[in-house]
Design a protein around this ligand. Structure first.
Ligand code: PEP
Ligand code: MG
Length: 555
């Protein structure tokens, strides 16, 4: 280690490794003081108008350069700076003696509260107003504008966290990696980084001390940042990274641990189109076919024939492979007008999933009939499962209905703490179970999975969630029945190893994640996976669980 070299850690997202120069996102501007202006109102108004016009032109300019969705976001922001009502309010405030910066600050704040009061989409956009206000105020004061720094050369972006408007602006050719001092593994920023394949480390508190121009090595797989890395450190890290990439590129075929223990790697699909990506990523089949995605626009229940045609077009792409079809999971963020009641106050806790289907049994029977017919006319190995099961009685009712219709492989999803704790009894009645970690996490920590303010709680590394999954794994092993995992957790390579250690026999995920998970599994034996699982379940919180597993691997 050279004198200068030091290590910082956080929560890694993705697998990449990058060495680059730090560019910090400027800190938010302080609130302008409410002191009265010493200039004339005309002079203040000129300052405000110039800054508003320049900000709007700058936003449009950047939009033209960025194109696509980013342009739409930026044009919408420019319109806010151009708004005539806003200018009228700024003018009135300046007329009463305010400085340009204070008038802009107050006028935008007043505008934001009107949008918040309007609710819905308008309320969601209110946050963007403060971003525009800050840009205008920065111009008035002649300081660096907040937001993603502009640069012609690549850099590693270091920020507290990114606002949605910032993420739209990221140029992936320039931003090589992302480090945030705040935010958790399921924050908006982390999800975006994972989706785009951008190496990121979130929640790295000590990165607050990094300054522009610091050279850092970002190793997302290990959640490690090395500040001023030595030449040798860089060389070794890059060599390891290229070995990792190579073994990832070579790791095709069925999922296996290093001792040959098979873990089927399956894909989550929502439509015949997404099934194509699954076969390209050499998925061994489908572990979760979200059928409700096919009918989100339907006003009335689809006919047996219409459903059969849709299912056939997915099954045909997986001849000889397993396809686990989930019956309609309506409710909460996926309302289906013919199944759900939109007057519920807490739809995530309401008549959703299997509960809604039992309340409309004819719809469930039609769907099972369509799945059965489609399975007979194609060559996929069709399994069927029910979402949102919380009792043994629901399991018995669903499984017997499937068997009666001729579907021989009928299972249930474990998405509620009650079904995890009753796993032994539930699995005795089902042919298999599949753990939905997204909902299981939401219900275990009692935090709405769609709500940004509680997003940090939505972490499947939470040992409470892992303990519940362990119950399910043990029950599956005792009964000799398959235990799948099909939530986002399965797409996190390290967590995937832990899930196998807890007893998962197959993992299903979005196709983009398959290669990394396949590669990581191939590095560990079953007994190692069990040891890592033990470390994770014994931790007292999600961050320690992940850190404990990462550091056990470094030893
Ligand atoms: C889950 O809850 O983990 C799951 C796979 O189902 P969905 O995300 O569709 O609710
Ligand atoms: Mg679910």
């Amino acid at each position: 280690m050279t004198m200068m070299e030091r290590e910082l850690s956080g929560i890694g997202v993705g697998r990449g490794l990058v060495v680059g120069d730090v560019r910090r996102m400027p800190d938010p501007l302080p609130e302008p003081p409410p002191a009265l202006s010493s200039l004339t109102p005309d002079a203040e108004l000129l300052r405000a108008k110039e800054a508003l016009t320049e900000t709007s032109a700058d936003l449009r300019d950047r939009g033209v350069r960025a194109g696509g969705l980013a342009q739409e976001v930026l044009d919408a922001l420019a319109l806010m700076a151009d708004d005539p009502m806003l200018l009228a309010d700024v003018t009135a405030r300046i007329g009463k003696g305010a400085t340009a910066e204070r008038a802009v600050f107050d006028a935008f704040a007043a505008f934001a509260s009107i949008m918040e009061a309007a609710g819905g989409y308008m309320a969601e956009r209110a946050g963007d107003l403060s971003d525009v206000a800050n840009r205008v105020i920065a111009r008035i004061l002649g300081v660096a504008a907040p937001g993603v720094p502009e640069s012609a050369t690549p850099y590693v972006l270091v920020a507290r966290d990114l606002a949605p408007a910032d993420t739209a602006l990221l140029d992936y050719d320039i931003v090589q990696a992302l480090v945030t001092t705040e935010g958790g593994p399921t924050s908006h920023t982390a999800i975006l980084a994972r989706e785009k394949g951008l190496p990121a480390i979130v929640g790295a508190k000590e990165a607050a001390g990094l300054v522009d121009g610091d050279v850092i090595l970002v190793d997302a797989a290990d959640g490690e940042i090395v500040v001023h890395p030595s030449a040798e450190r860089i060389k070794n890290a890059l060599r390891e990274d290229s070995e990792r990439r190579l073994s990832r590129a070579q790791s095709t075929g069925p999922g296996r641990l290093s001792d040959g223990h098979a873990v089927a790697l399956l894909a989550n699909v929502g439509s015949p189109d997404s099934a194509g990506a699954a076969s390209e990523a050499s998925a061994e089949g489908v572990g979760l076919f979200r059928t409700e995605f096919l009918f989100l626009d339907a006003e009335s229940a689809p006919s047996v024939e219409a459903q059969q045609a849709q299912y056939e077009s997915v099954f045909e792409q997986f001849a000889g492979q397993k396809v686990v079809v989930r019956v309609l999971d309506a409710g909460a963020d996926k309302p289906l007008p013919f199944l759900t009641d939109d007057r519920e106050e807490n739809p995530a806790l309401g008549l959703r999933g299997i509960r809604a289907l039992f309340a409309h049994e004819e719809i469930l029977r039609d769907q099972l009939t369509a799945i059965h017919r489609a399975s007979l006319s194609t060559h996929a190995d069709v399994w069927v499962m029910a979402p949102m099961i919380s009792t043994v009685d629901e399991t018995i009712k669903f499984v017997s209905m499937c068997h009666e219709i001729g579907l021989t492989n009928a299972g249930v999803m474990v998405e509620t703490p009650s079904s995890a704790l009753l796993a032994q009894h539930i699995i005795a009645e089902a042919d298999f179970v599949s753990v939905g970690t997204n909902d299981l996490t939401q219900y275990t920590v009692a935090a709405d999975r769609l709500l940004g303010t509680v997003a940090a709680l939505q972490d499947p590394w939470n040992p409470a969630v892992l303990r519940l999954i362990h119950e399910v794994g043990r029950a599956g092993a005792a009964a000799g029945k398959p235990v799948g995992v099909c939530g986002e957790a399965a797409a996190d390579p390290l967590l995937a190893v832990v899930l196998v250690g807890l007893g998962a026999t197959s993992l299903s995920m979005s196709p983009i994640a398959l290669a990394d998970v396949r590669e990581e599994l191939s590095r560990h034996t079953l007994s190692e996976a069990r040891k890592l699982a033990e470390i994770a379940v014994s931790a007292s919180n999600a961050v320690d669980a992940k850190r404990g597993v990462s550091s056990a691997l470094k030893r």
